[in-house]
Design a protein around this ligand. Structure first.
Ligand SMILES: Nc1nc2c(ncn2[C@@H]2O[C@H](COP(=O)(O)OP(=O)(O)OP(=O)(O)O)[C@@H](O)[C@H]2O)c(=O)[nH]1
Length: 246
């Protein structure tokens, strides 16, 4: 087995899943709607994959890189601008992307923080369509109190989540390894945490294929997409290796 394949297998992925992940985002993704209350969410049964993170973590940049479209999610230098759940979808895809409002903006007024908490808790508690939340962590800072608060909320609501390290172009390889390890240690005993981390830089377009691969694997595990051969995730759960044409 080639070293690259072994590296992929170690994180529950395969070349086939990376290819499938690329195909998921080869289509045009469109902004569907912004939602200020859980009652405004669509009722079409599509699987939802959400992205959360502290203000300024690089969420808009990552979403734009994921869908390979520059202006889809607004990128800004003004922290904490989006206060809605923003939904994105693509024709023929069995899932939508949910951009959750950024948290932890120091200057946010108290009522805005309360509104955020209410919207997010309602969404996490009551949304059966929600299959996974990718929690973005700035690789320069690691897990902060606000991040731990949302991980706790995800554990309590039993929503599967996975960590994505952002802005890794700002670190040296040794520093990336250290933050990765410390985050892995931080999630080790958390019941709803998926144990593999995506290490990304939107600026350098690194790790985006891995993130897409994790999404392909999730959809495969949910039976929303079909693949052929299996790979093991290390926990005895088998997943696909070869993609079925999407
Ligand atoms: N070096 C580097 N900078 C990045 C990267 N991703 C985002 N940034 C910068 O970080 C800042 C915030 O990026 P955004 O993508 O707007 O962050 P956000 O999390 O959507 O911010 P909010 O709208 O406040 O929630 C911008 O100045 C980006 O250019 C990255 O991978 N590397």
């Amino acid at each position: 087995m080639a070293a690259h394949e072994a590296d992929l297998e170690a994180i529950g992925l395969s070349e086939g899943l990376l290819d499938a992940g690329d195909q998921l985002f080869a289509r045009e993704w469109l902004f569907e709607k912004g939602v200020v209350a859980a009652s405004g969410l669509p009722v079409d049964g599509r699987i939802e994959i959400a992205f959360a993170g502290r203000s300024n973590v690089g969420k808009s940049s990552l979403l734009n890189a994921l869908v390979n479209q520059k202006g889809l999610a607004r990128t800004s230098n003004t922290p904490g601008r989006t206060q809605e759940l923003n939904l994105f979808s693509a024709d023929g895809m069995p899932f939508r992307i949910v951009d959750m409002p950024g948290y932890g903006f120091a200057k946010a007024p108290l009522d805005a923080v309360e509104k955020w908490n209410k919207l997010i808790r309602r969404y996490l508690q009551g949304r059966v369509e929600l299959a996974r939340v990718f929690v973005l962590i700035d690789s320069r800072h690691g897990l902060k109190k606000n991040d731990l608060d949302i991980l706790k909320m995800l554990d309590e609501t039993a929503v599967s989540y996975q960590i994505v390290l952002t802005k890794t172009d700002k670190l040296k390889p040794g520093q990336i390894e250290r933050v990765k390890q410390s985050v892995l240690d931080g999630i080790q005993r958390r019941p709803a945490a998926y144990p593999f981390i995506a290490v990304t830089s939107s600026e350098k377009k690194q790790g985006i294929d891995t993130l897409r691969g994790f999404i392909a694997r999730l959809l495969n595990d949910l039976g929303a997409l079909q693949f052929e051969a299996g790979v093991d995730d290390g926990a005895g759960n088998s997943s696909s290796g070869t993609s079925h044409p999407l």
